[in-house]
Design a protein around this ligand. Structure first.
Ligand SMILES: [Zn+2]
Length: 323
């Protein structure tokens, strides 16, 4: 399993662009990986040049981000146009078997690598990492307890993606736009403008001047293309529109990579050591890392009549009724 390899690097203090690049190269060209031809293209086309140039996208001749098109589950030609989406893509294709708990380990690892990489790329860390996956509790075994017993040999199909890095760094609007194009190429339901999040903020009169609200695109007036779901939803668009049971889990990168106040616990270092799902969820809850879907993503789900359980909400409620 690959996360351990990640963990071995995160424990060193000499993280540099060449070190990350050589590690990711090994991951992308792993000989036994059946998706090697795609992950190899992602490495050559995005990850390596980004780390080389210290930017979160690769400039084309017109100055626009240059995308790499690769199959992503049910999307035959997904446009991957930035470093963090590329990282999510290769982690999605790094393993073909994983239990649900292992997927949370991998998502946690993704959060840490977004943090580490963003310091190298001199850009703000994406605020949220997200996975869309086959519902691990599916209809025949709907209880949380059953989900915790999910074995290591199960094949859960999943897609990882992050929100677009907000604030400093150029071309983020172009990256969002390319995600919107990828979504619209397979989504037959029209998008709403302004977005549902923007409408909700306008309706409540919340503005940047309100100091209690973080003035990032993540929380304020989120545009289409910003959330990780802009990548993961099109990757499973057939499943969504056919009503196949899916789950989503989004985590705050900041909460995952900082010390939990009053403890010496940093979730991304603690979680890989935990094999019991209940313990993992407890850390996510105490850390305040669970992020429910935003109104935009709920709108996408509902207009497509998707059956997507939001695990941030499920987990937040779990433990309130022990036993
Ligand atoms: Zn969203």
């Amino acid at each position: 399993m690959l996360p351990q390899l990640f963990a071995s690097i995160t424990s060193t203090s000499k993280i540099s662009a060449p070190l990350i690049s050589s590690y990711l190269k090994e991951l992308c060209f792993y000989r036994k990986n059946p998706f090697q031809s795609y992950t190899g293209r992602i490495y050559e086309g995005i990850l390596h040049p980004c780390l080389n140039s210290g930017k979160h996208y690769v400039s084309g001749t017109d100055g626009q981000p240059r995308s790499v098109r690769v199959p992503f589950h049910e999307h035959r030609e997904m446009e991957i146009s930035d470093y963090f989406s590329a990282l999510g893509y290769i982690l999605t294709h790094a393993t073909t078997t994983a239990s649900f708990t292992q997927l949370i380990h991998l998502l946690s690892c993704y959060a840490e690598w977004c943090r580490v990489s963003s310091s190298i790329l001199d850009i703000n860390t994406p605020t949220v990492v997200q996975m869309l996956l086959d519902d691990p509790s599916s209809s025949e075994c709907p209880s949380f307890r059953t989900m915790a017993q999910y074995g290591h040999r199960n094949k859960l199909r999943f897609s990882f993606a992050s929100s677009v890095s907000a604030g400093k760094g150029e071309c983020r609007e172009d990256v969002r736009q390319s995600r919107v194009s990828a979504l619209q190429s397979v989504w037959r339901h029209p998008l709403l403008y302004p977005t549902p999040v923007q409408r909700a903020h306008a309706a409540t009169g919340i503005g940047y001047e309100d100091s209690s609200i973080e003035s990032s695109a993540e929380l304020f007036g989120t545009p289409w293309g910003h959330c990780g779901e802009s990548v993961s939803f099109p990757s499973m668009h057939h499943s969504i529109t056919s009503g196949r049971p899916l789950s989503t889990l989004a985590l705050s990168v900041k909460a995952m990579t900082c010390v939990i106040p009053g403890t010496d616990t940093i979730p991304v270092y603690t979680i890989p050591l935990l094999t019991n799902l209940t313990d993992v969820v407890e850390v996510l809850k105490v850390a305040g890392a669970l992020r429910p879907m935003c109104l935009n993503c709920i709108y996408l789900r509902n207009t497509a009549r998707g059956c997507i359980q939001d695990l941030a909400i499920t987990f937040s409620a779990s433990g309130d009724n022990p036993g």
